[in-house]
Write a protein that binds this ligand. Structure first.
Ligand code: 13P
Length: 287
């Protein structure tokens, strides 16, 4: 059964660890992440961007696939199915389709409009027992064609959005999606502390988990981050392992062309990445 992310994130905040959100793209991704979470007895959040949802033919397909897997793989750890960087319309569609959590990314709207739309979605989610994430201060980098500039959030705006009753809050602290450039200044812990002081107990979300050094991840968790999003790193691990398989000519040996064989090294690489992150985030054994 899918669960809201609320309970797992509140527990993570209290226990000073973070739950990973790993974005899914297809069956291999979903299976690899769920199997790893179960093996490590870790709660997990499956993230679906609007682009990935479209790729998988729509949100209903995603819900069907994930629910089917929870049953067939006998998954016992808490799993939330979460819309990542949702638009207002996308959030409504996912709620309708059976997601257990949504993010409404209103960070590109003027604050008043972000507040109005967030308020409406919070009410719908509360009524249905779903968790909802909001964002203040857009996260840099590019994701599905949406480009943010990597701002540091205004702590007062964070407080305003947190007070609307969202479950968790993503605040920009200099983090960006994708690989970090060599001249990246690092996370702004000053901003994180200021945000935490304003929003109190609200679990905070760190986007752009790919490539953030371990010591910064640990410090962010100690300052209130309870959810960390990872996407690109699984894609790079999959790519690297698939490239090796083909470059070694294994696809041309015997039945090495069979997709179940061709995609297996990539899936194993995703598992290894997810395991490494769950260990770093401290969520192993917390389910
Ligand atoms: P990365 O692709 O940098 O890991 O970021 C993932 C993310 O924040 C999804 O919302």
């Amino acid at each position: 059964m899918l669960v809201s992310a609320k309970e797992m994130l509140n527990k993570a905040r209290d226990g000073k660890y973070a739950v990973g959100q790993f974005n899914i793209n297809n069956l291999e991704w979903t299976k690899a992440i769920l199997q790893t979470a179960e093996e490590l007895k870790s709660p997990v959040i499956l993230g679906v961007s609007e682009g990935a949802g479209k790729y998988m033919t729509g949100y209903k397909t995603v819900v069907g696939m994930v629910k089917g897997m929870l049953e067939e793989l006998k998954i016992t750890v808490p799993v939330a199915l979460h819309l990542d960087h949702g638009s207002y319309e996308g959030a409504k569609a996912c709620i309708e389709a059976g997601f257990s959590s949504v993010m409404f990314d209103g960070s590109h709207y003027p604050i008043d409009e972000n507040v109005a739309k967030t308020t409406e979605l919070v009410k719908i989610c509360n009524d249905k027992g779903l968790s909802i994430e909001a964002e203040v201060g857009s996260i840099g980098g590019e994701e599905d064609g949406v480009v943010g500039m990597g701002e540091c959030a205004d702590p007062k705006e964070c407080k305003m959005i947190a007070d609307l009753g969202v479950t968790m809050l993503a605040a920009g602290i200099g983090n960006i999606h994708g690989k970090y450039p060599d001249n990246w200044a690092g996370l702004s812990f000053e901003t994180l502390e200021a945000v935490k002081n304003e929003v109190g107990d609200m679990p905070l979300v760190l986007h752009g988990g790919t490539g953030i050094p371990a010591d910064m991840i640990k410090k962010a968790i100690s300052l209130g981050v309870a959810k960390i999003n990872v996407n690109t790193e699984c894609q790079l691990a999959f790519q690297e392992a698939t490239r090796k398989y083909i470059e070694a000519g294994k696809d041309k040996e015997g039945k090495g062309f069979d997709p179940r064989k061709l995609l297996a090294p990539g899936a194993e690489a995703i598992k290894a990445t997810v395991k490494e992150k769950m260990e770093l985030f401290g969520s192993v054994g917390k389910a």
